[in-house]
Design a protein around this ligand. Structure first.
Ligand code: GDP
Length: 329
């Protein structure tokens, strides 16, 4: 296959700003690339894009597989487009890193939005650590904003650390739930409910409408026992059907109302920057530790000593950390 020639940073930026989705996709591919030259070009594009100060309302969305995330985004997305919004839909799918397959990405999802001029659907990158993917997604959000998308959905599946990452890169975090679903209060154990700004019981249709209402009430009651986050109100709980559209206008109204709270959003984004500062330091430290040739060698030796019962993991860790400190001085 013939390689596509790289454009200059300005050509990418002009293309992105003029709404050329093909160029936007190519710029995102540069962000996701492992090649240093690509990443440098991507950083140049990013900083030029940020000059225009275009921003969006960023919505995170999570929920167990099968709860209806893609159906919900398709439904609400189509209606938001009718209200004049332009949408980007990004995904973070940690399963693709673990299993090399993916929970979110393998099926054909969001056909209507994929075909719409006013939506940009970008699947999860299929490789990289969660830290790397999270960073790429944050940068991709910025490119989509420069391209004029005023609402960005970042979807993830309800497993693992990816929910925390999505929570820290969005302005509003939605948790989708099923009516009843055996475990009355899904998500509470995992701490996801604490992160959520809005809970939505989906599949409130047919026989399940009543059950959905009951589930909603259980959550409203349970949330009363939760400590308030740094906000003065507890998350709202809605019911909806992504299939027949019940409750969707109410959810849309809520999203649009949140999107108008720019002071809250801006303050929250600064707090999020603090999180990403720490996060970047952590991942930098981890890679400089584990990629250091001497430490790699010493780590292998300590592992062997542990297997032979000659040392404890804690003593070994202390020795390696001391060595690391000495090396970095
Ligand atoms: P995801 O894995 O969370 O993205 O879930 P999907 O959007 O792929 O939906 C899983 C299944 O649930 C599909 O068969 C959908 O048609 C169905 N589904 C999604 N939303 C609703 C809903 O509101 N009502 C009903 N009855 N089915 C739904």
């Amino acid at each position: 296959m013939k390689r596509k020639k790289l454009l200059t940073a300005s050509e990418y930026v002009d293309g992105i700003k003029s709404g050329d989705r093909f160029i936007l996709s190519r710029a995102i591919t540069l962000i996701e690339s492992n090649k240093v030259a690509h990443r440098e070009l991507a950083q140049e594009i990013l900083s030029k894009c940020q000059e225009s100060n275009q921003t969006s309302f960023r919505i995170g969305i999570t929920g167990s597989p099968g709860v209806g995330k893609s159906t919900f985004i398709e439904k609400i997305g189509s209606s938001l487009i009718e209200r004049g919004h332009r949408l980007a839909i990004l995904t973070i799918d940690p399963s693709s890193q673990i299993t090399k397959g993916s929970i979110l990405g393998d099926k054909t999802r969001m056909n209507v939005l994929s075909a719409s001029e006013n939506a940009f659907v970008r699947p999860s990158p299929s490789s990289g650590t969660l830290g790397g993917v999270a960073r790429n997604t944050r940068e991709t959000i910025l490119l989509c904003e420069a391209a004029g998308y005023d609402m960005v959905f970042v979807e993830t599946v309800g497993v693992g650390q990816s929910e925390i990452a999505v929570h820290y890169m969005t302005d509003l975090f939605l948790l989708l739930l099923l009516p009843g679903a055996g475990d009355e209060l899904q998500g509470i154990k995992k701490g996801v409910v604490e992160m959520a700004d809005l809970l939505i019981v989906n599949k409130s249709d047919g026989d399940r409408e009543k059950l959905a209402q009951l589930t909603r009430r259980s959550y409203v009651n349970a949330l009363r026992l939760f400590p308030l986050k740094d906000k003065d109100s507890r998350p709202d709980v809605y019911t909806c059907s992504a299939i027949n559209g019940n409750g969707i206008p109410e959810v849309m109204d809520a999203l649009e109302a949140y999107a108008k709270q720019t002071d809250v959003i801006n303050k929250n984004r600064l707090e999020q920057d603090k999180y990403w500062l720490r996060q970047s330091i952590e991942s930098g430290l981890i890679s400089s530790f584990f990629e250091h040739p001497l430490l790699k060698e010493e780590l292998a030796k300590e592992e062997q000593s542990i297997l032979e019962g000659k040392t404890s993991p804690f003593l070994a860790a202390e020795r390696l950390l001391r060595l690391f400190e000495k090396r970095s001085k």
